[in-house]
Design a protein around this ligand. Sequence first.
Ligand code: AMP
Length: 213
Amino acid sequence: MLGPPGAGKGTQAKLLQERFAACQISTGDILRKAVADQTPLGKEASAYIDRGALVPDVVIVNLVAERLKDKDCEAGFILDGFPRTIPQAKSLDEILTKMGRGLNRVLSVKVPKDVIIQRLAGRRTCRSCGALSHKVFNPPKKEGVCDRCGGELFQRDDDREETVAHRLSVYETQTAPLVDYYRRMGILQEIDGVGKIDDIRDRVIKALGEGVA
Ligand code: AMP
């Protein structure tokens, strides 16, 4: 899943995971857990995450390579928030080739900047399971409590306005070039990411079933 922060990649990846019994690999979720658990990875990553910068490619690539070996990824996998740079995409190609696997589709979720800013300002993340909700667009049944697992909902530091602007510019310069990279590989599908979660899910599922443009 490709797209700027707040495009809905995480929300849609979680829905796809439930539907297709594939594993979801969210590098952001993995890093946030490592930060919370104060592991060496978390200590290294936190300074980058806090300022909305990208964690070095080598760190991320190793993390994904390990995760892909897990049993729950055997039937399939959904990558969310990875790759985020051309070098990451090239490393991913090498890793998958070695494993005798490959990417079927790359979905680029398109959302205008003003919608992204609205979404990120109200976004809340579950401290325990990483599920996402929104104060206005997708509120939890009980304020501050995750519908999925009962965990505590909080606002990510990097969802605050000051950091969001930087994350968007990092997306434009470092990640957006991946859209053309995958278009040239012939596996890109573009999705309109504006609207209700269920409607976007239907577009995603339709795009997965269709040939590529
Ligand atoms: P996300 O939850 O995907 O928005 O990721 C939150 C933060 O984690 C990003 O702003 C980066 O600091 C870091 N991060 C997540 N995925 C990657 C990646 N593929 N490459 C580099 N940094 C990443």
